[in-house]
Design a protein around this ligand. Structure first.
Ligand code: A2P
Length: 276
């Protein structure tokens, strides 16, 4: 509340210029190429944890420049959080990376997406597979009570090139373990269901390698001391680059899982992470 007040009172705050304008309340820079930010939530916006919306800024031509962004905050949160890459010549992120508390962004309040619980059949173990900013929808789902109501175990894998790129996810998972609201809803110890498996590919870290290779050679199961993926018990959600999504899809199908959708729930679902 204190943060909201200081932002609302800030002299730099301008009157909304667009019907879909929202106020930026917080910005955090994680690395040279990654940042997260929070914005006010339209009172009318309802969404399912894991969905995305179109957000953006006014372009130089005065027209809205919008891209699909997964909402990184859970559906019950008062604010909306996003996690973004910074691309120096990217049409949107070259500008978006400079936003500050009190600024406005455009947010179209029409949430959609396939990384939702409704698109999966019931199971016992849920896998979240992310690369880079593909972690965002899982930042939402990891704070969604239904995730822990529906599953006995939640495995989150995050593969990045460098160690610093894992930090947003690492801190998020650490904060979940101390989240009083979730603990009240879910009961103490709910976070023991989370198995976090971070890997890097281009900088030394305790676990190196692409998650695709670590699944194929069985390292993941060995490292976590768990059974291999089985279509009777395991469900998956995937969010990364096109190439990553394609490779993981093949691997999950190799384990006997089938791809589902909102209209046809099955064993795993896929969405492309925003990259530009
Ligand atoms: P790698 O460094 O071996 O390319 P990017 O920044 O290119 O989107 O990649 C983010 C992370 O995802 C990197 O660690 C990268 O590994 C990994 N990655 C990229 N493509 C694939 C793929 N097809 N399968 C598995 N991991 C991938």
């Amino acid at each position: 509340m204190t943060e909201m007040k200081s932002v609302t009172d800030a002299p730099t705050t301008k009157a909304p210029v667009l019907p879909d304008a929202q106020i930026v309340t917080e910005v955090k820079h994680w690395t040279d190429s990654l940042f997260s930010f929070k914005v006010s939530r339209p009172a009318s916006l309802r969404f399912r944890s894991g969905e995305f919306v179109m957000i953006g800024l006014l372009g130089d031509n005065g027209k809205p420049l919008l891209r699909a962004y997964s909402i990184a905050s859970p559906s019950w949160d008062e604010e909306l959080e996003f996690y973004s890459i910074k691309v120096q010549d990217g049409p949107l992120t070259s500008k978006l990376q400079h936003i500050k508390a009190g600024d406005q962004i455009i947010l179209r309040p029409k949430p959609v997406g396939t990384l939702v619980h409704d698109a999966l059949l019931p199971g016992k173990r849920l896998w979240f597979f992310a690369t880079g900013t593909g972690f965002a929808p899982f930042a939402s789902l990891l704070r969604e009570p239904q995730t822990y109501e529906d599953y006995d175990e939640v495995v989150i894998t995050h593969t990045c090139r460098e160690v610093g790129e894992l930090e947003y996810g690492r801190q998020l998972i650490e904060s979940i373990k101390h989240d009083e609201m979730l603990a009240e809803l879910m009961g103490e110890g709910f976070a023991d269901k989370i198995r976090y498996y971070p890997t890097t590919t281009r900088e030394e870290s305790p676990k190196m390698g692409r998650i695709t290779d670590l699944l194929s050679d069985g390292s993941v199961f060995k490292d976590l001391g768990i059974d291999p993926i089985n279509p009777d018990t395991d469900r998956g959600m995937v969010c990364g680059s096109l190439a990553f999504n394609k490779d993981i899809k093949e691997i999950l199908e190799g384990f006997g899982l089938e791809e589902g959708a909102n209209s046809d729930p099955k064993q795993f679902v896929i969405e492309k992470a925003f990259v530009g």
